[in-house]
Design a protein around this ligand. Structure first.
Ligand SMILES: Cc1cc2nc3c(=O)[nH]c(=O)nc-3n(C[C@H](O)[C@H](O)[C@H](O)COP(=O)(O)OP(=O)(O)OC[C@H]3O[C@@H](n4cnc5c(N)ncnc54)[C@H](O)[C@@H]3O)c2cc1C
Length: 446
């Protein structure tokens, strides 16, 4: 057994770690110099920024488990705060120190900035969804679900819509209500710790992919950065992976490419035609990250602050979070008119909004805009996502887009990688010779 993992994002590294932990020889091929894919470090003016500002949740149990396994210090690398939803000068909700779900319900009732009738209605909606196991008979859009459930008024714009866009990266009028409920189930309806916000204090490559690579190498595996795979073909021994003009043989492949790159490899293999079609049907949503470098030290009144006044959705104080004094990271998720703006103009408008909202801010001395046009798949109602197991023996898909309960997130990527690796470990267990206790032989339990 000899596994090729194609792609060194969170999914690929989760697969590689899971296999290496069990002693399976594994080689990761990553096209970029930096590991992490859509959650990676981007160097700018001697600063380790990220391609996008990410939030993790306490519910990201598998990401946290693998971080611990590879020695990434989750306590130090992530700032853990009880669920807080703060829209500047408009709305503020904070989970309270009670057992779930009271921590959230009491937080909702005590929230400031929305009428009590709306807050009671939101609490009743959450309890109703909890009673029905967060399941819908038929998927619909988030906006239809909220309207059917009597939600309205100011909480729509201050809580439900931004929650939908932040979690699913899809506007409420086209986002899946069922996936939204899955997020509510695991993020808000689980334990109190599951709803905690985890804000990265280190760059996203250092958070997991880099220590994961160290772990895989220490277990005898290989992690090859700057290695772009150009073809995957079936062969007598399994698969031939072509990269940099060289061909290497593997018994198994975990294809952990982003969906828009995976399709090109899948279409060439007839057994994967259906998977290729499912991948090609996916649509995408962008995320824009706007970094502004201010001369001042204390910029934002909170490490993470929401806005509902214009383009800007969230701003992060990178000084408070990552020791990058004066750096504000702003986020605009999903599609919108901002996509047509030139980067300089977008940075100027975001600065202007911050100035209007927070009072006098000096002009930033630099800005950097990173626009990820295909940040995640568009999480539409009833979307059919490709399965991890394919009809081609020993060929598995991993990635945030693979069929699961979750939208495109770090946790869905990690879980898909673990799942693909476990299927490979299962094939090894099935192929292992029977255990012969009388001969003293040690069986391989896979
Ligand atoms: C701006 C932004 C903000 C986000 N915010 C959040 C957030 O707050 N919380 C959250 O949980 N999620 C967030 N996400 C989503 C999250 O980042 C992704 O769901 C996750 O990183 C996807 O991981 P993946 O491993 O499935 O795919 P990818 O990260 O895309 O990994 C695939 C890898 O394959 C490599 N590759 C491509 N072609 C080849 C080739 N031919 N050969 C070898 N390697 C190749 C790529 O370089 C890449 O490293 C955000 C995403 C973006 C873009």
């Amino acid at each position: 057994m000899n596994v090729a993992v194609i792609g060194g994002g969170y999914a690929g590294m989760a697969a590689a770690v899971t296999l290496a932990e069990r002693g399976v020889p594994v080689t990761v091929f990553e096209a970029a110099k930096t590991l992490g894919g859509r959650a990676r470090r981007v160097e700018h003016r001697d600063l380790a920024l990220d391609n996008g500002l990410h939030i993790l949740l306490g519910a990201y149990s598998e990401t946290l488990r693998l971080m611990r396994l590879v020695g990434a210090d989750a306590e130090r690398f992530l700032l853990r705060i009880p669920l807080t939803w703060r829209i500047h000068n408009r709305f503020s909700l904070r989970a309270v120190g009670l057992p779930a779900p009271l921590h959230l319900l009491a937080g909702l009732l005590a929230a400031r900035g929305a009428p009590l009738t709306e807050r009671l209605s939101a609490a009743r909606f959450l309890l109703r969804m909890r009673r029905q196991g967060y399941r819908l008979q038929r998927d619909t859009t988030v906006i239809s679900l909220l309207e059917e459930q009597g939600q309205g008024g100011s909480l729509m714009g201050l809580f439900w819509f931004p929650l939908c866009v932040s979690a699913l990266n899809t506007p409420p009028e086209s986002a899946s209500a069922q996936v939204f409920l899955n997020v509510l189930r695991d993020g808000l309806g689980g334990s109190r710790a599951a709803s905690d916000l985890l804000l990265p204090r280190v760059d996203l490559s250092r958070l997991f992919p880099d220590p994961a690579a160290d772990y895989v190498r220490a277990k005898g595996g290989a992690v090859l950065t700057g290695h772009r795979v150009t073809a995957i073909d079936e062969s007598n021994s399994g698969f031939t992976v072509r990269c940099d003009g060289r061909e290497r043989e593997f018994s198994h492949v975990v294809c952990a490419l982003p969906p828009y790159h995976a399709a090109a490899f899948l279409v060439g293999i007839s057994a994967l035609a259906e998977a290729a079609e499912a991948v090609e049907r996916l649509a995408y949503q962008p995320i824009h990250s706007i970094y502004l470098g201010y001369p001042a030290e204390q910029i934002l009144p909170a490490p993470m602050l929401g806005f509902d006044s214009g383009l800007l959705q969230w701003a992060f104080d990178r000084g408070a979070l990552a020791g990058q004094r004066g750096v504000v990271g702003a986020v605009i998720s999903a599609e919108g008119a901002h996509q047509d703006l030139a980067h300089d103009e977008l940075a100027r408008l975001v600065h202007q909004e911050l100035q209007q909202q927070l009072g006098l801010l000096p002009d930033p001395s630099w800005h950097r805009v990173i626009d990820e046009k295909r940040a995640t798949f568009s999480c539409a109602p009833g979307l059919k996502r490709p399965e991890s197991r394919t009809p081609l023996r020993n060929f598995f898909l991993a990635g945030d887009y693979v069929a699961s309960d979750y939208p495109g997130t770090i946790e869905s990527a990690v879980r898909s990688g673990i799942y693909a690796a476990r299927m490979i470990l299962d094939t090894r267990a099935a192929a292992a010779p029977p255990i012969m206790p009388e001969s003293g032989g040690r069986g391989d339990h896979g």
